[in-house]
Design a protein around this ligand. Structure first.
Ligand SMILES: [Zn+2]
Length: 158
């Protein structure tokens, strides 16, 4: 059994990046907001401050990664297209994660059933269908807010 405190952190990072479109050759500066979560545990309630700092650092790093991915998914302000490979990679990774979360539930259910827990399929069968929906619901912002988190700075720059 784990004894300690679980620290969580959510951070937003504003980043000034360069956007270049693969299709119409538009390029220009863009302001991106990345959002990330991070966690750390302090065992036996020791050094809570350091654990909170670690959670903050991890969340900030995750926010930068999220910002980079968000920029790659952004719609070009000139031609309106998104980078096809980035969109494919995003949905490929997302579907794989959701599928794995379902398979994990079913694997646990099958294992428990084999070990003699007869009601396990009735619990973990539906869980395998439910868990991916819960995860998708929780992370839907990653796709739904892409266009709100990328702002293009138009105009002539000297
Ligand atoms: Zn374009």
């Amino acid at each position: 059994m784990f004894i300690g405190v679980q620290h969580r952190s959510t951070q937003a990072q504003g980043m000034l990046c360069r956007f270049d479109c693969r299709y119409c050759e538009f390029e220009g500066p863009a302001r991106v907001v990345g959002i990330g979560d991070g966690g750390a545990t302090s065992a036996y309630f020791l050094d809570n401050a350091a654990s909170q700092r670690k959670a903050n650092t991890r969340a900030a790093a995750a926010a930068v990664r999220n910002g980079e991915r968000t920029l790659s998914l952004a719609r070009c302000p000139e031609c309106g297209r998104r980078r096809r490979l980035a969109v494919l990679a995003f949905w490929g990774k997302t579907s794989m994660m959701l599928l794995l979360s379902a398979l994990m539930q079913w694997a646990i259910g099958a294992y428990a059933f084999v070990m003699g827990v007869e009601f396990a399929p009735y619990l973990f069968g539906p869980m395998g269908l439910l868990v991916p929906f819960v995860i998708a619901y929780h992370y839907r912002w990653q796709w739904n807010t892409v266009d709100e988190r990328v702002g293009f700075i138009r105009g002539t720059f000297i």
